[in-house]
Ligand binder design. Structure first.
Ligand code: FAD
Length: 384
């Protein structure tokens, strides 16, 4: 059986100074009232003005080349910014997918024109993207998608539907995985491509699906004879499956898979300490120790990603363990405090409890369900 190894990672003094800079900025912004902390803010904290502010700091597309507006900082410096944003529950949903995966997708597979057109706008926090993979009848079994693009003069005509599309009602573009060739039952991954769809195009309809909190985050998206120009093909025609799978390593291993409920955990520990409730504090600290291990694993994956290593299996493992941890925080916190959860409350612990409990069902589904991830880990451990 294969061994799963991840490097142990420690931050340099310079990186620690940078973390303090980021933390102080965010704390000041929170105190000024620029934002209200939230759990799961990378999905539900939509605030274009705040995204633009981060863009001005150079904290979006941080690792990207300077010629496209990036600052060529390291993946670890980016990790620090991401961690601090999530830890304080800052509103980062607007630019999240563009920074995390669409930008890297363009850098790896995009044309020069696409890079020049989109990357500088993403870096400024002004251009938002959604991910169009899941369909009404295709989730875990993504290879069964039916959304289809027919080749026509100068481009394609797109027909079909996507679902659970986070942020599509607020984004500018959608990266759509679709069939550009007939389904081949012998090779289900063949003949798919990634098309860039301007959400304001004629024939695109976005219908929000309400969350348990009453908020709108994800959507159904319908395509009826949507014309897509040739220039909006991402990468190579027919290579859509491989390209989409390459994105998943970025999607699965980041700190957002362990820190969605961090504002709740931090407030829980603070309250229990304040009340000198030692027994309950011990229970809460068990969560903190789990978090320390998960963070080391997530950092190990980030380090390997930076070195260009294949992290598919370890990213799946981090996401499986990390999202279960995020759910546990909500479950255990509700047992340790007698507060009544309410999304409307002025009291932080009550609000964080409600946000965490109501968002928790999605943690272990989005980005690939835990059952699917365990399958990837199991196959990876016995293969080769
Ligand atoms: C909050 C949230 C945001 C999302 N955002 C996006 C987005 O932006 N873009 C996007 O494209 N999608 C998005 N999704 C969709 C998400 O990727 C899918 O929900 C997920 O892949 C599961 O697909 P499904 O819902 O069709 O469930 P199904 O695939 O029908 O699975 C149902 C259950 O069966 C289990 N199951 C299925 N197949 C197997 C198997 N082979 N072995 C063992 N168990 C199995 C699953 O684990 C699951 O528990 C989002 C989902 C959520 C909850």
């Amino acid at each position: 059986m294969n061994k799963l190894e991840l490097p142990i990672f420690d931050f340099t003094e310079e990186q620690k100074v940078f973390r303090n800079e980021v933390r102080s900025f965010l704390q000041e912004e929170k105190e000024k009232g620029t934002f209200e902390s939230k759990c799961d803010s990378w999905l539900s904290g939509y605030d274009p003005a705040f995204s633009e502010k981060l863009g001005q700091k150079g904290w979006i597309g941080m690792t990207w080349p300077k010629e496209y507006g990036g600052t060529e900082r390291s993946a670890i410096e980016r990790y620090i910014v991401i961690e601090e944003l999530l830890a304080i529950g800052a509103p980062v949903a607007a630019h999240w997918f563009a920074d995390r995966q669409t930008g890297p997708l363009f850098l790896r597979f995009g044309t020069e024109k696409q890079k020049q057109e989109f990357l500088p706008k993403i870096v400024k926090g002004k251009c938002y993207f959604s991910i169009g993979l899941s369909e009404p009848n295709s989730g875990s079994d993504l290879a069964s998608i039916s959304t289809r693009a027919e080749k026509v003069e100068g481009g394609w005509i797109l027909n079909g539907a996507k679902t659970w599309t986070s942020g599509a009602h607020q984004s500018h573009y959608l990266v759509v995985l679709c069939r550009t060739e007939k389904k081949d039952p012998k090779n289900r991954h063949k003949g798919m491509s990634q098309l860039l769809v301007d959400i304001s195009s004629p024939g695109v309809t976005v219908r929000p699906i309400k969350f348990l909190t009453g908020e709108e985050h994800f959507n159904e998206v319908f395509f009826e004879n949507v014309y897509i120009t040739e220039g909006n093909l991402i990468g190579t025609e027919g290579n859509g499956w491989e390209q989409s799978m390459a994105e998943l390593a970025y999607e699965r291993s980041g700190p957002e898979r362990i820190l969605s409920t961090f504002p709740l955990l931090e407030e829980l520990v603070r309250l229990l300490k304040e009340n000198k409730d030692t027994d309950r504090l011990k229970e809460a600290m068990k969560l903190v120790t789990s978090l320390i291990s998960l963070r080391l694993m997530s950092l190990g994956v980030a380090k390997y990603l930076e070195e260009g290593k294949d992290v598919g299996i370890s990213a799946a493992l981090v996401k499986d363990l990390g999202t279960k941890f995020e759910r546990n925080v909500a479950e255990i916190a509700r047992l340790l405090v007698s507060s009544v959860p309410s999304v409307e409350s002025d009291i932080e612990i009550e609000r964080y409890l409600a946000q965490s409990i109501l968002h928790a069902p999605g943690f272990t589904l989005r980005g690939g369900t835990n059952e699917i991830l365990r399958g990837i880990v199991a196959k990876g451990m016995v293969a080769g």
